[in-house]
Ligand binder design. Structure first.
Ligand code: ADP
Ligand code: S3P
Ligand code: MG
Length: 171
């Protein structure tokens, strides 16, 4: 029978939440949802359009509303990297299951993200990657039930590490 327990993936843009999330949902026979897609379908706009028409704080506000109102039992939930700015949103997602932080070093992320300024990251204009990384690390650590070190691991290795950590937690 399908489990009602969800898994919530958090971490920096480029950490692999969306990619690993789909693989994880398949392994666990859960549904998959990417909260970025929930935001876009609610607003009828891409994330980039939302940011272009307003600003990063408005995107974070909308994201906070979407994740605070979400009802997602039995899902692997890939969040956007900025979901952790919403305390109410994270409290809601936590109700559905374990929060897994996909942790990557700044160096690894810089290798994966080549378009830092144009990728639609919800950050103050001019905020450096190093500064954003430090600010976010504290938030990811605050909410994480499980932390997976993703440096030097390919997608399959990250997937296996998440599955092992989830099964340890249940044992
Ligand atoms: N462990 C990994 N090793 C190498 N590349 C990865 C890994 N995880 C994700 N990627 C790649 O990094 C990019 C961003 O992944 P994505 O799942 O969109 O991250 P997020 O949703 O956390 O922003 C994609 O091109 C993906 O294939
Ligand atoms: O970290 C961020 O500020 C953001 C990350 C994006 O999602 P991913 O983390 O899936 O890339 C998306 O929500 C939006 O562009 C803002
Ligand atoms: Mg994503």
């Amino acid at each position: 029978m399908k489990s009602n327990q969800s898994v919530v993936l958090i971490g920096m843009p480029g950490a692999g939440k969306s990619t690993v999330g789909v693989l994880l949902a398949k392994e666990l026979a859960l549904d998959f949802v990417d909260t970025d897609v929930l935001i876009q379908s609610r607003e009828g706009k891409t994330l980039q359009e939302i940011m272009n028409e307003s600003d990063y704080l408005n995107l974070r506000r909308i994201e906070g509303e979407v994740i605070a109102e979400a009802d997602l039992p039995g899902y692997v939930i890939a969040t956007g990297g900025s979901a952790v700015y919403s305390e109410e949103g994270m409290a809601n997602l936590r109700r559905f299951g374990a929060i897994v932080f996909l942790s990557c070093s700044a160096e690894e992320l810089r290798r994966r993200i080549h378009n830092y300024e144009s990728r639609g990251i919800a950050k103050a204009p001019g905020q450096s990657f190093a500064d954003l990384f430090a600010e976010r690390q504290a938030l990811y650590r605050k909410y994480a039930d499980i932390t997976i070190d993703c440096d030097g691991r390919d997608l399959q290795e990250v997937l296996q590490a998440v599955l092992a950590a989830l099964s340890d937690r249940q044992a």
